[in-house]
Design a protein. Sequence first.
Lengths: 459, 98
Amino acid sequence: MSDFDLAVIGAGPAGMAAAVEARLQGLIVLVVDENAAPGGQVFRAAEACAPDPAVGPDIMPGLPLIAAFRGCGADYRAATTLWHLDPEEGVLSLAAAGTTETVTARRVLLATGAQERPVPIPGWTLPGVMGAGAAQILLKTAGAVPVGPTVLAGQGPLVWLLAVQLARAGVAPLVLETRTVSIAAALAKAGGGLVAGRGLLAKGLSLMAEARRRGVRVIRGVRGLRAEGANRVERVAWEGGSAPCDTLLLHEGVIPSTHVSRAIGLDHAWDADQACWRPVADDFGATSSARVAVAGDGAGIGGWQAAAAAGRLAALDAARRLGALSEDSFAREIAAPLAARRAALALRPFLDALYAPPNAVLTPPDETIACRCEEVTAGAIRRAAALGATGPNQLKAYLRCGMGPCQGRVCAPTVAALIAEVRGLAPQEVPPLRPRAPYKPVTVGMLAASAESLQQSAP
Amino acid sequence: MFRARPEVRPATVEVLVEGTPVLVPEGATAAAAVLLAGLPAIRETPVTGSPRLPLCQMGVCFDCLAEIDGIPNRQACMVTVVPGMRIARQHGAREALR
């Protein structure tokens, strides 16, 4: 007898929508999330930051879903980390508040969201360099903004959103746009998406107009970006220019966070349009594991509205599989979320084409540190690949890449791309890094505390 | 370096960053407290001793590892502040026996 019908990992749009729908279908639901409040990254700390004029307008759309989630009756565990998942037995090992716990679930939904694509440039380990998403999280969770000259370098929707949010907070950044694809070339790949996606497109254009109105200066076509300084970033330089800089925010889009889906051995497929791996899943998120589904940006980048629809679909599929929803009802219920997801994804081909990461981001110059934990340069990885390292798993033995505390979360895409480059392979031909449990560190003390409580509860 | 905006998010939680009291907004993380305190680094790397500050703020990069309430190697960006929390920098590799 399982503790839960459905265990959802992640309380972002996909996880929250899945929990709400699964509860409507009468399932007993667990939701595990590492953050202190629901919302994921897009609606991070939404309840607390909604009154902040810098981020409020962009956060508001998430509040109804968060309220529905709070009231849905799922067992919601905030500030809780999944550190092991056994997909065969449906056993989840959780860590929270200095102790660990094991629970069981008949079905598991990974809604682990996205992470920022690594942007390895020379000097990116200097204090003062961080992700654009990181600065946005500081703004949402603490209302904090950078002091001194702030440069936002890269491309993608988040660059414009954050530029506007920082400007609203009184610290308009200098934007260095690294886009290499022309609008005309992206339009050629947009298909019919521009019409169906006109709402999202209009929002993007209005953000760009607001950035201009609020005094955000933009330099386009930036190449050869580097952070310079002694013990922290003091200057950002590029081909043909430089600027003083106290905070450098980098962004080249987001990629699915596949740490757990990889660790449990799900099948993954290379997404050439988004230059990243994603778990193989059907329309309802069902994967190569009989028990595990995926939904949201962790299954392929689509944004929060597509994620919420995917969460609902995965929950309906879970209810059907567990016998709580008839085939007829299932067929009726899926129509609306399928249509909602299609609409939300309409603009994606245009965005993916327009903001395709440049080669220099995927395979940085030799002097650049690729593995931040073990401080391994791109040049060292190229040499190891030439010596015979066939993939990131072999490369561990050569250079320790992927063996530091981040377990390859940051360096894996770069390491694989460098090996592919040197060995003349397509990206999907390099066997990917296989992460291991514990997915996040647990202390011996935490394990001992849970063992003690087990002993005490034994008869 | 970062600053809070007390007009929208009052700094009401007092934590100790390297022993110095710092007021931060409710809901901030330990990593945010280090940035608001203006520390030049949250840790020095085990390999070369180079200074680092948080990179991702979302639990991915592990560059914000710090000693929090006496427990080292914690992801400061994943820990929400509570009054009296002690946040300290980490220097290089942990010594096996202290």
